[in-house]
Design a protein around this ligand. Structure first.
Ligand code: G16
Length: 545
């Protein structure tokens, strides 16, 4: 086996963000760019000799090229075996499931998640640890340091591996095993839910479901689970063929980018009772009832409130966790059940230690991510099956379930406004000015609302003591409402400003007030404090979810 060494020079900006390194395909396909980052991951690892690596991605443009490069580099790094999904495909939760089931050393997931794909689109890469979860900041910081001092990368010369056929081949001393990307994951999900009951629901006259895979990775997974194992009629999964450019769409399951699904769910002629969508790599979910969109924060609270209906969780939840900008709806359920509720920074990597330590069973983020201790990633289809299991057990509509939840716990009216592609310097200026105001805000009354506290969120991991600073500016009001500002860590063009708005409404008579109307005073407060329009020139958000 001959290991080739190639001299290289550092690229600027190879710093992983909220979830790995995400850049334009054009950036990733520069000679040496991917190789430098992968070598920096391998150089940061310790003890991988002879061990197993899991490798796969969401099938976006450049996925196939990147996989062949990484296989040759993994052989040079001394891995004994690489498990790669057939066709180079593994959804993010499936990769996590495979890492855990096969006791792998870790995994490399190729995805830019909900970001658009294609030649002009985005690509991404992240490393997951042996627990199946995204590497923590200590690891990603070390990888970044390494990228800035790298001088060479290594690979084993070999022809491209045929990824279309299951089975084993070798690169030097390393075995490459092409695995079924769906099997381990589908088996795991089947072990968590009441499949018989869900199958009966799907066969019920009058119950009609649509799952929109948005031409992304979940198509084959959804077809296997919903149509083949659970017997949903063929055609339940739409846009189910994964495409390298997601059919030109933006595979982000929100009311703007999944408008087709939202419109179908509002069309009485179609008679759809339950709709769902997932994102590029299959970790996000959107849940829609008949003409009724469920907010992701509410979804987390409702999954928690209904845990006793789900075989895997019926014995009890150790606790729940949500990212800081996620609404406090789940906090109320946790308080009701007397279980802990953790508030973490944005990004799934912060849930890993809580799940590993058995402190939390369910986790979620406002950005359409929910999951549990079954893997260490958020999991789109898991959330869909959880909802189906609840619907099958309760025999009520999605809207009835949500409204009954609000009736019992009150409604945390919630929305996120995204300003995308803002000039980075302007976004930075806005945050600098905002942070400068923080010490003076507490006690002020703005637009008739009194500020209780304002800070830049920081977090100390309760398990390993790791500290994370500057995780989002929070303005907490005396009536329990919140306004949060963050800069996205996953975008690839300019800056994306995220404004999160939350107001608690106990009175059921007010629960049907349209969301943006109910939040109008907070939107005005956010503008007056942060001066978004004055600083960025933007008069309205690009996406409201
Ligand atoms: C966004 C969301 C986060 C999420 C992250 C990664 O981060 O706000 O809640 O954890 O994406 O999710 P995915 O892997 O599905 O892209 P940011 O930093 O852009 O706000």
């Amino acid at each position: 086996m001959s290991v080739k060494t190639v001299a290289t020079r550092p690229f600027a900006g190879q710093k992983p963000g909220t979830s790995g390194l995400r850049k334009k395909v054009k950036v990733f396909s520069q000679p040496g760019y991917l190789e430098n980052f992968v070598q920096s991951i391998f150089d940061t690892l310790n003890g991988q000799q002879g061990q197993t690596l899991v490798l796969g991605g969401d099938g976006r443009y450049f996925n196939d090229v990147a996989i062949q490069i990484i296989l040759r580099m993994a052989a040079a790094a001394g891995f004994g075996r690489v498990l790669v999904g057939q066709g180079g495909i593994l959804s993010t939760p499936a990769a996590s499931a495979v890492i855990r089931k096969r006791a792998a050393f870790g995994g490399i997931i190729l995805s830019a998640s909900h970001n658009p794909g294609g030649v002009e689109g985005d690509f991404g890469i992240k490393y997951n640890l042996a627990n199946g979860g995204p590497a923590n900041e200590t690891f990603t910081d070390a990888v970044y340091q390494r990228t800035q001092g790298i001088t060479e990368y290594r690979y084993v010369e070999a022809d491209d591996i045929d990824l279309s056929r299951l089975g084993e081949t070798r690169i030097g001393a390393m075995t490459v095993e092409v695995i079924d990307p769906v099997a381990d994951y589908a088996e795991l999900l089947e072990s968590l839910f009441d499949f018989e009951r869900i199958a009966a629901l799907l066969a019920r006259p009058g119950f009609r479901m649509r799952f929109d895979a948005m031409h992304a990775v979940t198509g084959p997974y959804a077809k296997a689970l919903l149509e083949r194992r659970l017997g949903a009629p063929a055609g339940t999964v739409v846009n189910g063929t994964p495409l390298a450019d997601f059919g030109g769409g933006h595979p982000d399951p929100n009311p703007v980018y999944a408008a087709d699904l939202v419109n179908a769910m509002a069309d009485p002629g179609l008679g759809l009772s339950f709709g769902a969508a997932s994102d590029g790599d299959g970790d996000r979910n959107m849940i829609v009832g008949s003409n009724f969109i469920v907010s992701p924060s509410d979804s987390l609270a409702i999954l928690t409130a209904n845990y006793s209906l789900i075989p895997a969780y019926a014995k009890g939840l150790a606790g729940v966790a949500r990212s800081m900008p996620t609404s406090c709806a789940v906090d109320r359920v946790a308080a009701d059940f007397g279980i802990p509720c953790f508030e973490t920074p944005t990004g799934w990597k912060f849930f890993g230690s809580l799940l590993d330590a058995g402190k939390a069973t369910l986790c979620g983020e406002e950005s359409s991510g929910t999951g549990s201790n079954h893997v260490r990633e958020k999991d789109g289809l898991w959330a869909v099956l959880y909802w189906l299991n609840i619907l099958a057990a309760r025999n009520e509509s999605v809207e009835q379930i949500v409204r009954a939840h609000w009736q019992k716990y009150g409604r945390n009216v919630y929305s996120r406004h995204d300003y995308e592609g803002v000039e980075s310097a302007k976004a930075e200026a806005m945050f600098t000015a905002l942070r400068g105001k923080l010490p003076t805000l507490a006690g002020q009354t703005i637009g008739g609302m009194r500020v209780r506290m304002a800070d830049d969120f920081s977090y100390t991991d309760p398990v390993d003591g790791a500290r994370s600073e500057h995780q989002g500016v929070r303005i907490l009001l005396e009536d329990g409402s919140r306004v949060v500002f963050r800069l996205s860590g996953t975008g690839t063009e300019g800056a994306t400003i995220r404004l999160y708005l939350e107001r608690y409404v106990a009175d059921p008579a007010q629960h049907s007030v349209p969301t943006q109307q109910a939040l109008a005073p907070l939107i005005a407060l956010a503008e007056s404090v942060a001066q978004i329009t004055a600083t960025t020139g933007r008069t309205k958000p690009d996406v409201i979810s």
